[in-house]
Ligand binder design. Structure first.
Ligand SMILES: [Zn+2]
Length: 286
């Protein structure tokens, strides 16, 4: 990945919705974004096919993600790992994990750039590479477990209005359509609770966790569907873990039995950035 790509990458640790002006190569971004909003994945895929695009990672004229970068991205996602140990909001004061989390990969390089671009435009080529990576992480987490509810973390209302889609819901929907989630049930049960602006950008850990607490709730009509059910929370990026902890709290409050969480990518805290790679995945939350 070139220096330009790295420069354009944003650290999601600073924001839950890293959409503060990242640009995309090769597509008339503003017009395309307006067009793509609210029309769903199918139309976004059509646009990606029709519009002359460059790879969001290396800029080569190919598709939204060239073959080389797609291969690199897949390589980054070959070994899902347990990631709760690097999320301070998911640890007690004694360092014990309160929620096991399986991450598909570290948030870096081609994966970071592709995920960021996907969140802006939902480009079909990106979804087709990102969805299997999420599916692999989910399968690692649940093993052969069946009857488990996958509960996606809701996007903020503002982000949804801006993008016209929720990245996690779109990826899960894609996995469901291709039969990649056998025995699992996607329960779109969480929603953002009404409240003041919940932006977390630039906030310290304590303030960030206070803002997130109470920010989600289970939809009234979905409460019964969760009661007594084994649930796994699903999100795109793990940062401090405050969002997953809040989602788990809301699902538990509605009677769901939260076994763990799955994320597509986990950021590494600065102190751990140079630590050795994680070992093999231990058995998932179930
Ligand atoms: Zn490329």
């Amino acid at each position: 990945m070139g220096a330009e790509s790295r420069r354009r990458m944003r650290d999601p640790d600073c924001t839950t919705a890293p959409d503060d002006g990242a640009r995309h190569k090769g597509v008339p971004t503003a017009r395309l974004a307006r067009l793509a909003q609210g029309v769903g994945e199918a139309f976004a895929e059509l646009l990606a096919v029709l519009a002359p695009v460059e790879c969001v990672c290396c800029g080569s004229e190919d598709s939204a993600l060239c073959g080389t970068c797609a291969r690199r991205l897949r390589l980054l996602c070959t070994r899902p790992f347990r990631a709760e140990g690097q999320a301070p909001a998911l640890l007690t004061e004694n360092g014990a994990a309160i929620l096991p989390v399986v991450a598909g990969a570290h948030y870096r390089d081609e994966l970071a750039q592709a995920l960021l671009s996907f969140k802006h435009l939902g480009q079909g080529r990106l979804a087709s590479v990102l969805a299997p990576a999420l599916g692999k992480a989910i399968r690692t987490a649940v093993g052969d477990g069946a009857g488990i509810c996958l509960v996606p973390v809701p996007t903020t209302n503002a982000a949804f209005r801006r993008r016209g889609f929720s990245p996690v819901h779109l990826l899960l929907g894609r996995l469901g359509r291709v039969g990649a989630l056998p025995g699992l049930h996607v329960a779109d049960a969480l929603k953002k609770a009404p409240g003041p602006g919940r932006g977390q950008k630039g906030l310290g850990r304590g303030e960030r966790e206070r803002r997130v607490r109470g920010s989600m709730t289970v939809r009234l009509l979905r409460k019964r569907s969760l009661q007594g059910k084994a649930c796994v929370i699903v999100d795109d990026v793990l940062t401090t873990g405050a969002t997953l902890a809040e989602a788990a709290r809301a699902v538990t409050a509605a009677g769901g039995v939260v076994c763990g969480a799955v994320v597509l990518a986990a950021t590494r805290p600065p102190a751990a950035a140079e630590s050795p790679a994680h070992g093999p995945v231990t058995p998932g939350p179930r």
